[in-house]
Write a protein that binds this ligand. Sequence first.
Ligand code: 5AD
Ligand code: SF4
Length: 447
Amino acid sequence: MKPTKSPKTYRVKSFGCQMNVYDGDRMGELLEARGIAPASEGEDADLVVLNTCHIREKATEKVYSDIGRVEKAGRLARKKPMIAVAGCVAQAEGEEIMKRAPAVGMVVGPQAYHRLPDMLERAVKGERSTDTDMPEDAKFAALPKRRKVAPTAFLTVQEGCDKFCTYCVVPYTRGAEISRPYSDLVDEAAKLVDAGAREITLLGQNVNAWSGEDDKGREVGLDGLVRELAKLPDLARIRYTTSHPNDMSDGLIAAHGEVDKLMPYLHLPVQSGSDRVLKAMNRSHTADSYLKLLDRFRDARPDIALSGDFIVGFPGETEAEFEETLALVDAVGYAAAFSFKYSPRPGTPAATMADQIAPDVMDERLQRLQARLNRDQAAFNAASVGRVCDVLVERKGKLEGQWLGKSPWLQSVHFTGDAAIGDMVRVELTEAGPNSLGARVLEKVDA
Ligand code: 5AD
Ligand code: SF4
C-alpha cells in the first residue's frame, strides 16, 4: 500500500445488530476526535469503515462485494478511498480479508476498535494492519465522550456470550461475557441524557446477565442498574435487549411492575418450540420453561408486549418439531418477532451436524412461520386501536406536518400536528396497519 494523505471525511456502514450500530457510532466519534468529518449524503468519503456482521448468510462474500463497490465508487470519483473492515467478519476472517482484498488497509475486531486511530496513522504511512485482539485494556474507557445524540440512544452495558448455542458464532467473534462497571454506566447514561437522549436502550448479547457493584458496594443485577437510571429526571424511557431466558431474575421481572420508565416490552429469543431441537441447540431451556417465564412477566406487567427470535431448519428439525414451534407461537401471541433460516456458521458445532435441512424445506417453513408471526403482529396492532399512550418523537414523516415515533410497546406511530423531535406526545391510537399505527394528538406531555 502506498503512503497517502490523511483522510478528511469518513463514512461508517454498519450491518447487523444494534450493538454494531452502537460500535459504528463510537468509531465515528473516534475519527471525529481526530478531525475527520462525516461525509455528507451522496459524497464519496476518503475513509470507509465497513462494520460487518457474521451472524447469518454469506456474510463474508458480502464483505468482498462491498469492498468492490467502494473501490468502484472511488474509481468513478477519481479517488482511492481508504477502507477499514470492522465488526464480526473482521474478527472471524481478518487474515483472509487482508490476503484477498489488497484495497483494505485496516482490519479491526469488535474488541479492538478503540485502536482504530493508531491503525489509521499507520495506514497513512502505507502500512496495512490487522488488530483482532481481545485486549484487557478497556475499550470503553478509551472512547471519546458523546456530544449530541438522538432522543433514542443505545448504551452497551454487557458484551460477549458464554452460552455457546451450537449454531451461533457470537461467542467466537465477541468473546466471553463481560459487564461494564456500574459507575461508568450511570455516568455515561447521565451524559447521554445531557446530550439530548430521552430514551436509553441498554444493549448486550446477554444483557440480563449484566451484574455489577453499586455505589454502596452491593452486588446488583440489571434491575439495579435500571432502577438507578430511572432516577435521571430527564430520562423518560428505558429499554434493554437482548435477554437470555436462563439469566432472567426475579428482580428484573418485578422491575417491570414497579419502574414506570421501564417500557412494557420484552425481547426474549426462544429459537424453537421443540425441546429436542432446543437441546441440540444447547439452549438449556424448554418450551414449557420459556412459556412459564413469560407468564411471570405478564403477571408483573399485564400489558407487556413480547418479541422473540426463531430459527427454522436447524439440522435434524422434523416437520413435527417445526409444528411445535408454530404451537409455541400460537401460545404466546407475539407483538413482534424475528425469524431466520438456519445458516451454518464456520467453526460452530451445528455446522457439521448430520441432517442439514434442504433449502426449499427451510423456505417453506420460514414462510409458514412468518405468516403466523405477521398475523399476530397485525392482531396486536389492531388491538391497540383506542389506546391512549405517549409517543416519543424520533423523526419527521414523509408527509407534510407528519411525525414518527414509538409507542411504549415499540410500535411505530405516525401522526400529524405540532411537535418536534424529542417531544413526548400523548396520543390516541386511531388506526392500525401491519407495521405501524396512526394516531390523534391529545396533548404534549412535556417540551
Ligand atoms: N443461523 C440462523 N440464525 C441465527 N441466529 C444466530 N445464529 C444463527 C444462525 N447460525 C439468530 C438467532 C439469534 C439472532 C440474533 O440471530 O435467532 O437470536
Ligand atoms: Fe448466540 Fe446463544 Fe449467545 Fe445468543 S445466547 S449470542 S444465540 S450463543
